[in-house]
Ligand binder design. Structure first.
Ligand SMILES: Nc1ncnc2c1ncn2[C@@H]1O[C@H](COP(=O)(O)OP(=O)(O)O)[C@@H](O)[C@H]1O
Ligand SMILES: [Mg+2]
Length: 255
């Protein structure tokens, strides 16, 4: 079992879209996958179909309920999804306050241990909030890999530098085994020259650390997100689906 944390401390770079669709693609490639949502905005949970009824959103049992659980039986909180081999540990908005309070109480070092995950899953994918707060730091402290999506636009590059610096810091202070699995381009607009230049710069600078698969801008990914489905259940033939499957294959090769 390996834990892969999808991280970039900028918002809107495609973390959640990638966490969900990479997880679905890996599951379709016959890996047993758990997606852990530690973003209090719970967008990966919603993307997978939890909280689906907007009028009366039904709350699934979440990480917060697990934290309150006296028995600490985490298995009860892994939810099946519509995709075979893919489970989800959902989040909810109160996770943020909840976790801050819990840390002050010094109750637990972290809410999940590797042992609890290792028997059931081949890979655990984590969707993070867009910051390096204590939730992100604590998951990185027990992770094997960081996987970094970067928007293929100039403005995104400073965010990437910052993220890499923070990962170096985590490696020094919290988890010397943390590796960077790769950096991959997202929201790539092949029609524009500027996106091509940014991509070429990224490939030159990060060499083999930069993943070969690049995720293009594809409106179907947006529509699938709104429909609360992974792209493979929404439009199998969409470019977004094919690219995420390619990326998943590349991830398996790299591990
Ligand atoms: N490759 C893509 N093509 C088109 N829209 C995308 C793509 N990736 C993400 N989006 C859209 O961009 C927005 C931000 O993506 P999201 O995955 O939520 O980013 P983050 O989790 O980093 O904040 C969402 O509306 C999402 O549907
Ligand atoms: Mg997100």
């Amino acid at each position: 079992m390996k834990i892969i944390v999808i991280i970039n401390n900028k918002g809107g770079v495609g973390k959640t879209t990638s966490a969900v669709n990479i997880s679905a693609s890996l599951a379709a490639l016959n890996k047993k996958i758990l997606l852990i949502d530690i973003d209090p905005s719970a967008s990966a949970s919603a993307h997978l179909g939890f909280y689906a009824n907007e009028e009366a959103p039904e709350k699934p049992s979440t990480i917060c309920d697990y934290l309150l659980d006296k028995d600490k039986d985490i298995n009860k909180y892994f939810h099946k999804t519509d995709i075979k081999n893919l489970w989800c540990l959902p989040s909810e908005p109160s996770l943020d306050d909840f976790y801050q309070d819990m840390q002050q109480d010094d109750e637990l070092p972290f809410f999940i241990t590797r042992n609890q995950l290792s028997e059931k899953f081949d890979l655990v994918i984590v969707d993070c909030p867009p910051n390096m707060g204590s939730l992100s730091l604590n998951i990185l402290a027990i992770a094997d890999y960081a996987l970094i999506p970067v928007m293929t636009q100039y403005i995104a590059l400073t965010g990437l530098d910052l993220t890499l610096k923070l990962i170096t810091k985590v490696r020094r202070r919290l988890n010397k085994n943390l590796k960077i699995l790769g950096i991959f381009g997202t929201l790539y607009d092949r029609r524009t020259k500027s996106a091509k230049i940014v991509l070429a710069n990224l490939q030159e600078k990060y060499e083999e650390q930069f993943m070969q698969t690049v995720i293009s801008i594809n409106n179907k990914l947006c529509e699938a997100y709104n429909a609360k489905k992974p792209i493979m259940l929404f439009n199998k033939r969409a470019r977004g689906n094919l690219e995420y499957i390619e990326l998943a294959k590349e991830i398996i090769k790299k591990i």
